[in-house]
Unconditional design. Structure first.
Length: 310
């Protein structure tokens, strides 16, 4: 698998580099780090353009060399460094095609960085919405204004992963992608699907009273159909879990009722999830795992990193 990571000199973009370095192997994967060098302005218009170019090149080397330090040692001689010109979002999207990348990764925010653009709402939003490949949005636990020039600590060997399944053939693509990662030794997984509740709230009292035989029969039919839907969702989720990598062989399956984004976010917090995996579209049991609704809300509100698969 070939992964493209956008780097802007911020702690969060460096976190993206380190996160990706944990999930792919230098033995059979490729890693490309891209820095879109900003235009440098000088007060003296007579300044030789060659000087500006040398300054841009020096800035690029500084940022990309700092990014290298966030990688595991085995990656540092193998990661590819690229420089691009122009807007960061456009540069990343163009590089996906140029590099034939299978996945692109960005930091969630870049307010401490040189470009200050890698944030959801600008670069991340553009890439998530427009990239033809899966997008990994990495959220760092470090404060946005904390210096980015600190050496990273030791990489944890565990990772909590929540995979949201929508019960469509699209899930096969999701399982294939997860199979390509090199998961940390102590990865623990949860597999979740969300079904629409029979009612937006609990069963109304007027139904429970069963004062009318026709109403009682209608309520019984609703309940039977709902239980069938839940059973079908559980069966589909078990089939999906069987398709996942060995790291997920003992993954806990969760069938929730409610709004998909809210249920995903609830499990993220309850299970201390490090990575949530969601789809950018679906047409099965959960017809709402759509970028712009569920996926975008998870991207915006989840405290963990999010992988959007398309």
């Amino acid at each position: 698998m070939k992964v493209l990571v956008g780097v802007d000199g911020s702690s969060n973009s460096f976190a993206a580099v380190g996160f990706v370095g944990r999930l792919i192997s230098p033995e059979h994967d490729e890693l490309v780090m891209l820095f879109a060098a900003p235009a440098l302005s000088f007060e003296d218009e007579r300044l030789d353009p060659a000087i500006e170019q040398r300054a841009r090149s020096a800035l690029t080397r500084t940022v990309l060399d700092a990014a290298l330090e966030r990688l595991p040692p085995a990656w540092r001689s193998r990661a590819i460094q690229r420089e691009a010109a122009g807007a960061a979002g456009s540069a990343l999207l163009a590089a996906i095609d140029d590099e034939k990348a299978d996945l692109v990764a960005v930091g969630f925010r870049g307010t401490s960085g040189i470009l200050e653009e890698f944030m959801l709402g600008s670069v991340s939003r553009a890439v998530v919405h427009s990239a033809p490949v899966p997008v990994l949005v990495v959220k760092s636990g470090r404060a946005a204004d904390e210096p980015a020039n600190q050496s990273p600590g030791p990489l944890a060997q565990h990772m909590h992963v929540l995979v949201a399944c929508d019960g469509t053939p699209f899930t096969e693509r999701l399982a294939e992608l997860l199979e390509q990662f090199t998961w940390p030794e102590e990865t623990r997984g949860w597999v979740l699907t969300v079904v629409q509740p029979m009612f937006l709230t609990n069963l109304p009292d007027w139904v429970k009273l069963e004062r009318d035989p026709d109403v009682a029969a209608m309520a019984a039919a609703w309940e039977a159909e709902h239980q069938q839907n839940l059973a079908a969702a559980r069966a589909e989720l078990e089939r999906f879990r069987a398709m996942l990598p060995k790291s997920f062989a003992t993954a806990e399956t969760i069938v929730s009722e409610g709004r998909p984004a809210e249920e995903i976010l609830r499990q993220v917090r309850e299970q201390a999830i490090d990575l949530a995996v969601v789809g950018s579209g679906g047409s099965g049991a959960v017809k709402r795992l759509l970028l712009g609704s569920t996926s975008e809300q998870v991207l915006r509100e989840a405290p963990c990193s999010v992988l959007v698969v398309r």
